[in-house]
Ligand binder design. Structure first.
Ligand code: ADP
Ligand code: ASP
Ligand code: MG
Length: 425
């Protein structure tokens, strides 16, 4: 007998028929002898609908109150799924975040989980109940409702699996696993049987929304065996797991894109100690996460600093930076929210040169201009104009040999020779 945490995303609980399907799956797992904890998201579209209501009231919502509103979507789902399980003859009990003490910090709209009280869940499991927990939400030390950021139900699922020392965490979604890139953008994308925690972490942080970044961090830290599966098929899905030697044979595991960032350039920053510290210190004070940062060569004692932030933080970041730019004596601030970041990821990149050059070559062959570049051990990212996103993703997918062969059985590995005939970087 095992303890399994299953998380069902918005599409999987998109209507009451689909909730009945979730109930059937939970009951089947229980019948197979397992203890089952189910984490559910809001019905698809619901969180967006709630955010739109907030936007109709104000474009500068108080984040505590916004969380009170957007956390409600998951409450509806847990009640309905628990009822669906009961209607099929099962035993179920639902819990909101605060009822299982999912304690977070007070960073409303992107709170981080600090602790979970597993006892109420264990007690319910001992009563042979299926436990249905609201994803995405928690409670801070003062009792205020918090939410964990978009896609946060994944993190609820994995954090619960870690807290309960579950045997597996299964993330059920609308695709049957993790693909070499978003299958909804690139029809040639291939499903992966396995992917390393590290690669998944990079893909998630570079925009592959199939798993929220924090969920992968939790899984990696607590070594939770993490599966991504479809709630509509019986496909075994993709296992996110530790790296083994064979996984390094693949140069590029996947391609990701992110259209949710915007670019800010502070022009004419005095080239002196403390300027960058002041600019980025001001952003940090407002909890704004900065992604890429590029500082240009200084001319005449001044330099330009460009960086990217999440679109959701764009208005706030622009205001903060305008003020800070004045304080450091910069000459101006320019903004651009028509950007996209495309990235290639693979642990095999650690030991191979020329991958970045191959990426730049591919984009140039498509006539795509690169605005910013960022690299790390296992990834290379380029910021481009947003209108080229799909073209770039498909071209890179092909260039690195990731396309599924039309008539041949797909595998998740590709030889280096197939994947790469590149020049040295
Ligand atoms: P859920 O509502 O179940 O949480 P999401 O919409 O958050 O589902 O995540 C699933 C979506 O992630 C897929 O429909 C797909 O478009 C997208 N996606 C992006 N990159 C990938 C990838 N590499 N593999 C699989 N899905 C991906
Ligand atoms: N309902 C939340 C969202 O849409 C959380 C989730 O689905 O994971 O982002
Ligand atoms: Mg999601």
């Amino acid at each position: 007998m095992a303890l399994i945490v299953q998380k069902y995303g918005g599409t999987s609980v998109g209507d009451t028929e689909r909730m009945k399907n979730v109930a059937r799956r939970c009951l089947a797992a229980q019948k197979a002898g397992h203890d089952v904890v189910v984490v559910v998201s809001a019905m698809s579209g619901e969180t967006n609908r709630l955010l739109k209501l907030v936007a109709q009231i104000t474009d500068r919502p108080n984040e505590r109150e916004q969380d009170v509103v957007v956390a409600t979507g998951e409450q509806v789902s847990i009640g309905l799924v628990a009822l669906a399980i009961q209607a099929q003859g099962g035993e179920a009990v639902s819990f909101l975040g605060h009822q299982v003490r999912i304690v977070t910090d007070s960073t409303f709209s992107k709170a981080r989980i600090k602790s979970i009280d597993a006892e109420p869940i264990r007690a319910a499991l001992a009563r042979k109940q299926i436990v249905v927990v609201a994803g995405f939400q928690g409670v801070d030390e003062t009792g205020s409702v918090t939410t964990l950021g978009r896609g946060g139900s994944d993190t609820t699922g994995v954090a619960l699996a870690a807290a309960l020392k579950a045997d597996a965490c299964e993330i059920y979604t609308d695709v049957d696993g993790v693909y070499t890139t978003d299958p909804n953008v690139c029809p040639a994308a291939k499903k992966l049987d396995r992917i390393t925690y590290e690669e998944m972490l990079e893909l998630a942080s570079l925009g592959a929304k199939v798993l929220q970044i924090r969920s992968v961090e939790f899984a990696m830290k607590y070594k939770v065996p993490l599966w991504v599966k479809s709630s509509f098929t019986e496909d075994p899905g993709t296992l996110v797991c530790e790296e083994d030697a064979s996984m390094e044979d693949v140069l590029v595991r996947g391609v990701a894109y992110d259209r949710n960032e915007a670019k800010i350039t502070v022009v004419g920053v005095p080239d002196q100690p403390g300027a960058a510290a002041k600019l980025f210190g001001a952003l940090d004070a407002k909890h704004i996460v900065v992604d890429l940062i590029v500082q240009n060569l200084s001319r005449d004692g001044r330099t330009d600093v460009t960086f990217t932030v999440a679109k959701a933080d764009f208005v706030k970041a622009h205001e903060v930076v305008k003020q800070a730019a004045q304080e450091v004596g910069a000459t101006g601030v320019e903004v651009d929210d028509t950007i996209a970041k495309v990235s290639i990821v693979g642990v095999g990149m650690r030991n191979h040169s020329g991958v970045a050059a191959r990426m730049f070559q591919t984009l140039s062959q498509e006539g795509i201009n690169i605005q910013l570049i960022s690299t790390s051990e296992i990834k290379t990212s380029c910021v481009i104009h947003t209108k080229y996103t799909e073209l770039a993703v498909r071209a890179l997918h092909t260039a690195f040999g990731l396309d599924a062969p039309p008539a041949v059985a797909a595998t998740d590995t590709v030889s280096e020779a197939d994947a790469f005939q590149g020049t040295k970087a």
